[in-house]
Design a protein around this ligand. Structure first.
Ligand SMILES: [Mg+2]
Length: 480
């Protein structure tokens, strides 16, 4: 007869967990940690796929300045805008990911997880509270309404900053002068930026001076090597074209680690021009890419070790490699194209790279005391609300408690503003919107199994590491 399992000892389990957490804390600096939303056992992962732009390749701020200059020039040269728009300058501290543009009114706002709109910006200033209320409190924003555009890639941050500046510039022009509608202005900016990507203008400038636009991560090569040593098969799945992928990856990895002369030595196969997110749903064939980086015309029926391919689709990838759903970890930076869509169409596990998190986490450390105070005040307010409600049910009024609640409310607002200003004076924290998750934070939580600021942070963990989510129970389940 099998014996009864020994009863779990909650105290011992909690102590063991605290011990492990403490070890990780000592070893891995907070801004470099990998955070976990859903348990992930690296020992179960056989394939690790990487997106390239903003995932393996970290772009510098110079890239955003370049995009801004080029896009304004293009709007003048191809879209008939007046040269005065060239005076707009990109402010790298203005925008964060997850903002939404309201094309109809020329506004930019941040939504929380429940699509409540708190901070709204119009042109060079916050929108006045009355207008904000009248525009955004009666009807919930629908992500399907094409009046709204949620900006969730780092590539698009310059567009938000420039849009606000151009809205302000056109608002300031006297009536009677021809000016585009807010929607037209956004569409032109968007389409001008797209054309710079599509026709290779932007990439040609980057390729001519890679060191200016891409910041090599000295620990990337070793990170990939460690994964390979643990038996993982690595691959790249990028939307970038073969020649650009070759240029960027050579710059990042050629000759950076003993035993790997060329960047392709790290990868089982490299999939370029992937057209994510449609990669996950179309039937486009994989095409062979020659040593001269020319895309062939016949569909590839096998993958060669270290081979380079263009196009393709999820179904053929699965068939050609034998990968099965959850033995794949895909690492990307784009919440929609990389993370959400791969989650919808596959059982791939996902790791999201949030480059800007490193700065935010450093700020969290710097403002730890203020944040602790804020969380303490919020807890106290919650308790006060309960006490006041209980008294009200008994028909009592307690003016001392009410006074305390009022003062606490003021203190919370002051402290939240102070903390917010330290992160981003206009929008506050990336993952948070005051006491709630931001829309971006909620999407990250829903779709990314783990998230971290850069790929090489995985080097700080064993390739067999078991990432455990702190949220393994629902709110109604008893905690020990
Ligand atoms: Mg990317």
């Amino acid at each position: 007869m099998p014996s009864e399992p020994a009863p779990a000892d909650p105290a011992a389990a909690a102590a063991a967990q605290a011990h492990i957490a403490a070890l990780v804390e000592q070893r891995v600096p907070y801004p470099r940690r990998v955070f976990c939303n859903r348990n992930l056992r690296l020992d179960r992962i056989r394939f690790i796929g990487f997106d390239m732009d903003y995932t393996l390749a970290r772009y510098t701020e110079q890239m955003e300045h370049l995009q801004s200059e080029l896009v304004l020039e293009r709007m003048v040269d191809h879209y008939g805008y007046d040269r005065s728009i060239l005076a707009a300058t990109y402010d790298p501290r203005f925008a964060i990911r997850g903002l939404t543009v309201d094309k109809l009114h020329g506004n930019v706002f941040k939504m929380n997880a429940h699509r409540f709109i708190g901070r709204v910006w119009h042109g060079a200033a916050p929108l006045d509270p009355e207008t904000r209320k009248s525009l955004y409190t009666n009807r919930k924003v629908s992500p399907r309404d094409d009046r709204y555009v949620m900006v969730d890639t780092l590539f698009s941050l310059p567009e938000i900053s420039l849009y606000c500046q151009l809205v302000a510039a056109f608002d300031a022009k006297p009536d009677g002068i021809s000016k585009p509608t807010y929607a037209r202005l956004w569409d032109d900016l968007r389409s001008a930026m797209d054309s710079l990507h599509r026709d290779g203008t932007l990439k040609a400038v980057i390729r001519a001076d890679l060191a200016r636009f891409i910041e090599p991560d000295p620990e990337l090569a070793e990170t990939l090597h460690r994964f390979r040593s643990a038996g993982k098969k690595l691959f790249i799945l990028t939307n970038s074209e073969p020649d650009y992928t070759e240029a960027v990856m050579s710059f990042l990895l050629d000759g950076r680690y003993p035993g790997y002369a060329r960047w392709r030595d790290y990868f089982e196969f490299v999939l370029t021009s992937g057209r994510k997110p449609t990669f996950f749903s179309t039937e486009d064939p994989f095409l062979d890419v020659s040593d001269e980086l020319v895309i062939g015309s016949d569909p590839s029926t096998v993958f060669r070790r270290g081979g380079l391919y263009a196009g393709g689709n999820l179904f053929d990838l699965t068939r050609l490699t034998g990968m099965i759903g959850d033995d794949v970890l895909y690492v990307g930076d784009h919440i929609y194209g990389d993370i959400l869509r791969s989650k919808m169409h596959t059982h791939w596990r996902t790791a999201m790279v949030v480059q800007e998190m490193e700065r935010e986490l450093t700020q969290v450390l710097e403002h730890r005391d203020a944040l602790d105070r804020l969380y303490g005040f919020e807890e106290r307010r919650f308790q006060l609300d309960l006490e006041l409600t209980a008294k009200a049910l008994d028909g009592e009024r307690d003016s001392a408690l009410r006074n305390e609640a009022r003062n606490l409310g003021r203190e919370i607002a002051r402290l939240s503003q102070e903390i917010s200003d330290a992160f981003n004076p206009t929008w506050g924290m990336l993952f948070r919107d005051r006491a709630e998750l931001s829309a971006f934070g909620a999407q990250s939580e829903d779709y990314a199994c783990v998230y971290t600021s850069r790929v090489s942070n995985f080097r700080l963990y064993s390739p067999q590491w078991y990432f455990r989510s702190p949220r393994d129970r629902m709110a109604h389940e008893l905690r020990v």
